[in-house]
Each structure stands twice: as structure tokens, then as C-alpha cells.
Design a protein around this ligand. Structure first.
Ligand code: SF4
Length: 449
């Protein structure tokens, strides 16, 4: 059983889906750098594309995504027109010699869009970038609005992975989060996806939701596992009503706290393990034959904005409001405001508003943090052609790690830094010791537990 350690659990540190984290993006990096990074892509690169659809049928109170509920379908179609313009504009700067290995639709609810509209976006991407039969398309779906037409259209493009939001199966919790989703609906969607030949199914579950107990979590994990998806992601609810105003509809008094949250995370973990899933990183699970598990075992699991991945691409290009691109040289983010995003695209410009250049020192830290978040240990010697951590940085890191070592969270064996079993739930705290750019008391990050 994991131990709740308030000092670490309540610390606000990044989820380290990128390094430097998005809070370090600034307006000094924009279209000029972005064009250069796009034009530097060549035949030795592989590409991952991300398309953000910021629309949903209704708002779930726990939602932390960048999304809205449009008051007319015209608003979404208008957005798609801007999206296609952006794709065409970016495509002009990218060599066709670089192949797309992965396309991801996130949101929001990508299947908020009619099937033919989604197909139109994929066609536009195919006109601009080099796809192949091996290109994998993954889509986050809301099972409440996924139609047969969506499934038929998507599988018509080849290899498809689908991620289904399940969260909690009990109606009392579903009422408190404004997401009524009968389990039979999830079962029916899974059946349809399997019949259509979808290659892989992921399910998202949550703990820490209002009114949720360990029993709720166990029941949800067990029922979801009975449908035998290939993977699970289990996320803790982050209550940030000052940042996500709709979360004010959640009664804080109904939220599980402290050890209870950790017990819920443990309940999800043990239930999924009992059902034959292998734990991966901090919050993912996969069947033993799944590529995610093989990558974990082989030490080449990756971490990006979607969480843990086997995506090997050397560059990620983001499309749509708020999307983030990741390149060897740095990160870049699009305008998050939907209206402004459309305006900038229509004015003929690239809709990027902020980013960060990744220095050589950042690149080293990025590698160290990624290995820690994926493997729970890192050999600093392996990260190097020599020792890449300079002596002064190394001493700073070691002194930051010392209290965690004394508390039994981490062991240090020469240049190997390893989370102990007690320290695994606090791997973000351990990673933060390498993050020289992290300011004390940073409030923009979620709590660790
Ligand atoms: S469907 Fe997903 S993206 Fe939309 S409001 Fe609910 S949680 Fe957020």
C-alpha cells in the first residue's frame, strides 16, 4: 500500500509531459522560430501530428481540457475551415520526405464533429504530409456520441487506435460530475469497434472524483477490465476551480483527500493487475503483449503531451487552438482562444503565440526526466557522452535529492538515481530535483497525489 506523505503529495510540480514544462513558454518565441523548425525537418525525421478539436456536447464538471460547448454546429464547422487553412499553411514549410508515423485527434471530443468532417480533416492532412499504410491514427472518443458512421469512416483510413473516456461507472458519481454514461453504452461501443477491426482500445479511468470511494474505483476498474481493452490510463482528478471555472459546480466537501486518494489510486492499480494488466509508469496499464508494455520492458517508452507512448517521431506538429508542437529545437503553442485562433489563421499568419527554445542543458534534463518518469530510474552515465550533468548542476541535484533520500523515496547508487517502491508515487517530486527552472511554491501545477 502506498503511503500518503503530505509534504510531497501536496507539492505542486509539473506532470513532466514536456521539459521545459508549458509554464516556461513565453511570447519571445513565435512564428519566426516555428518556421525555422518546420523547415529544418528532413528525410531523417519522422512526424507525429496532433489535431485539437475544442468542442463537446456538454461539459463534464471535472474536465481539465481546453474545450467549449458551442451554441451552433456552424461554430465548429467554421473552426474546421480555419484548421484546414492552418494545415495547408504549415504543410508548405515541411519536407514531404519526412513520413507521418502517428496522427492523434484530441480535445474536447473529436467525435463531436460529423464523420465526414473528420474525414475532410484527414484528407487535408494527407494532401500536405506523407502518410503510409503504417501511419497510425488515434482518436479520443466520447462513447455517448460515437456513431457507426464515425467508426466506419475512421477504420477506412487504416490502423486505428481509440481511447474511450469511462472515468467511473456508478450513476451516483456520474451525476456529481455531470457525465451520465450507462455502462451498456460503453460495452456496445467496444463491441462495434472490435467488429469494425479497430486495432487497439484504451480506456481512461479516474480517481479522486466527488463522491468516489475505493469501492467505486474498484468496481469501475473491474467492469471496464471485463471488456478487455488493450490499455488503461488512470488519472487523479485535479481540482483547480480558479483555472477551470466549471469545476466550481463540484462540491469540494465531497472530494476524497489525502490517504483516501492514494488508496483509490492503489485500488485501481491492484484491480487492473488482478485482471492481467501490467503497470506502466505512473498511470498507465497494458496487456503483456501490448507495444506499450514491450517498450516499457525494453527501456524505450516515451512520454509526451498525451502521456506514455511508443510514438518514435522526432517532431510533433500541433494543429488547432491551444495545440503544442515539439521539436528538437523547442516547443511552440498555438493561440488557445478559438475566436482569436480563427482570426489569426484567416489573416494569413501562423497562429502561434508562445514557446520555448530548448538549450543543450535543457535537452540533457529532458532526457533525464523522461527516463525517470518512464523507468523510475535513470543512469546519469548513460545519458552522456561523458557525464552530461555539469559538476555544479550535479551537486545541486544531489543536494535537492538528499531530503528525499533520507525519507526513503530515492536511492542513489553512484550515478544511478532510482525511486524506491515507497517513492514511486512521488516520481514527479524526484524528477523536480533535476528541474533547475522550477520556482518554489509554483501554483500553476496540479498536486502530486
Ligand atoms: S467529454 Fe471530455 S473533453 Fe468534453 S467536457 Fe467531458 S471530459 Fe472534458
Amino acid at each position: 500500500m502506498s503511503t500518503y506523505l503530505p509534504k510531497y503529495a501536496q507539492a505542486a510540480v509539473p506532470r513532466y509531459t514536456s521539459y521545459p514544462p508549458a509554464t516556461q513558454f513565453h511570447e519571445g518565441v513565435g512564428a519566426l522560430q516555428y518556421r525555422g523548425w518546420l523547415e529544418a525537418i528532413n528525410a531523417s525525421d519522422t512526424l507525429s501530428l496532433y489535431v485539437h478539436i475544442p468542442f463537446c456536447q456538454s461539459l463534464c464538471w471535472y474536465c481539465g481540457c481546453h474545450t467549449t460547448v458551442p451554441n451552433s454546429s456552424g461554430r465548429a464547422l467554421d473552426y474546421v475551415e480555419a484548421l484546414k487553412l492552418e494545415i495547408a499553411r504549415v504543410g508548405k514549410h515541411v519536407s514531404r520526405a519526412a513520413h507521418v508515423v502517428h496522427l492523434h485527434f484530441g480535445g474536447g471530443t473529436p467525435n463531436y464533429l460529423p464523420a465526414e468532417t473528420m474525414a475532410g480533416i484527414i484528407d487535408t492532412l494527407m494532401e500536405q504530409f506523407s502518410f503510409s499504410a503504417e501511419t497510425e491514427i488515434s482518436v479520443e472518443v466520447d462513447p455517448r456520441s460515437l456513431s457507426r458512421e464515425h467508426i466506419k469512416t475512421l477504420t477506412g483510413f487504416g490502423k486505428v487506435r481509440v481511447s474511450i473516456g469511462v472515468q467511473d461507472v456508478s450513476s451516483d458519481v456520474q451525476e456529481l460530475i455531470n457525465r451520465i454514461q450507462p455502462f451498456d453504452q460503453v460495452r456496445s461501443v467496444v463491441d462495434q469497434l472490435r467488429k469494425a477491426g479497430v486495432d487497439s482500445i484504451n480506456m481512461d479511468l479516474m480517481y479522486g472524483l466527488p463522491g468516489q470511494s475505493v469501492d467505486h474505483v474498484r468496481k469501475s476498474a473491474s467492469m471496464a477490465a471485463s471488456l478487455e481493452p488493450d490499455r488503461f490510463a488512470v488519472f487523479g482528478y485535479a481540482h483547480v476551480p480558479w483555472f477551470k471555472k466549471h469545476q466550481r459546480a463540484i462540491d469540494k466537501a465531497r472530494l476524497p483527500e489525502g490517504q483516501e486518494r492514494l488508496d483509490q489510486a492503489d485500488a485501481a492499480r491492484t484491480t487492473l493487475i488482478e485482471h492481467g494488466y501490467e503497470p506502466i509508469g505512473i498511470d498507465h496499464f497494458a496487456k503483456p503483449g501490448d507495444p506499450l508494455f514491450k517498450a516499457y520492458r525494453g527501456g524505450h517508452l516515451r512520454r509526451n503531451f498525451q502521456g506514455y507512448t511508443v510514438d518514435p517521431a522526432s517532431a510533433l506538429i500541433g494543429f488547432g487552438a491551444s495545440s503544442i508542437g515539439s521539436f528538437k529545437e523547442g516547443y511552440i503553442q498555438n493561440e488557445p482562444h478559438i475566436g482569436k485562433y480563427k482570426e489569426v489563421v484567416r489573416s494569413g499568419k501562423l497562429p502561434v503565440v508562445r514557446g520555448v527554445v530548448v538549450s543543450e542543458a535543457d535537452r540533457r534534463t529532458r532526457m533525464v526526466i523522461e527516463r525517470l518518469m518512464c523507468d523510475f530510474e535513470v543512469d546519469l552515465q548513460d545519458m552522456t557522452d561523458g557525464v552530461r550533468c555539469g559538476t555544479s548542476t550535479y551537486l545541486l541535484v544531489m543536494s535537492a535529492l538528499e531530503p528525499l533520500r533520507k525519507d526513503g523515496l530515492v536511492e542513489i547508487d553512484h550515478l544511478v538515481v532510482r525511486a524506491t517502491p515507497r517513492g514511486r508515487p512521488y516520481i514527479r517530486n524526484i524528477a523536480a530535483c533535476f528541474d533547475m527552472g522550477l520556482s518554489e511554491g509554483e501554483q500553476r501545477f496540479s498536486r502530486v497525489v
